[in-house]
Design a protein around this ligand. Structure first.
Ligand code: URA
Length: 247
């Protein structure tokens, strides 16, 4: 069993525990946990149908089908320590049917106040990049690995990522975009389960849960290193080329 599978099982069990599930129905030859959430979409039950013997974790007793469902599951989250200082949970924003999703690191001060991702200086640059791609912010979806602001914008800790990532995973499963653009080291390393530097992995396509993923520089990095905007633009053009092939 590889590390990713172990992590998925761990996240799934933590999630079940936190949502009040104390027993697991186990059928021999039927153990499969590709997602941290029980997903009828992947099984035979059909969309939104409750799996036999499956404990409920939404008030509707169903797996999340919409982003609203996922937001409801998050609730007034206290799964890690970041809730103590946050002003708002920054869930994500944009088009639920987006073909392209941008994933950043974590909310900063402006995002924490407004409850929306990428609304500060880095967000303004991201908006320009999206518009340069011939799109609008409303066409795409924007989210972060972590939904609450780490104090003083420090890097998210491992337990914070473990607590939060399952929800992003569900958002991405529901949106099911053609392409994910991972913004910066942290998003790329987290989604691709790698320790490789952004400089060595950017500009190439990888696969995340069957979806094409392109890592590129984080807009905040580009604000500090404007010379690398050219490289980011090359990456974004590859995304557009791949996107136009897929429509
Ligand atoms: N940086 C991020 O990674 N995400 C935001 O939402 C804002 C800044």
């Amino acid at each position: 069993m590889n590390q990713e599978t172990v992590n998925n099982i761990k996240n799934y069990l933590i999630y079940l525990k936190e949502t009040g599930v104390n027993e697991l129905p186990v059928e021999l030859n039927a153990i499969s946990t590709p997602s941290p959430f029980p997903s009828p979409l992947r099984g035979e039950g059909g969309r939104g149908k409750k799996l036999a013997g499956q404990a409920s974790y939404l008030s509707e007793k169903e797996a999340p089908e919409t982003l609203e469902d996922v937001r409801r599951m998050i609730g007034d989250c206290k799964r890690c320590g970041l809730y103590k200082k946050r002003k708002n949970i920054v869930f994500g924003s944009g088009n639920e049917k987006a073909e392209i999703v941008f994933v950043g690191e974590a909310p900063g001060g402006d995002e924490d106040i407004q409850g929306k991702p990428f609304v500060g200086a880095a967000g303004q640059l991201l908006t320009k990049i999206i518009e340069a791609m011939g799109l609008k912010r409303e066409d795409v979806y924007i989210a972060n690995i972590i939904k609450c602001r780490p104090p003083n914008n420090r890097n998210p800790l491992e337990d914070e990522i473990e607590a939060c990532e399952p929800f992003l995973k569900e958002q991405l499963r529901i949106i099911n975009p053609k392409i994910i653009c991972a913004l910066g080291t942290f998003a790329a390393q987290t989604l691709l389960k790698t320790k490789e530097k952004i400089t060595s992995i950017r500009g190439k396509f990888y696969t995340y849960e069957g979806i094409k993923l392109m890592p590129t520089f984080h807009p905040a990095y580009l604000l500090r290193n404007p010379n690398d905007k050219k490289l980011a633009w090359e990456d974004v053009q590859k995304i557009m080329a791949e996107y136009s092939l897929s429509i």
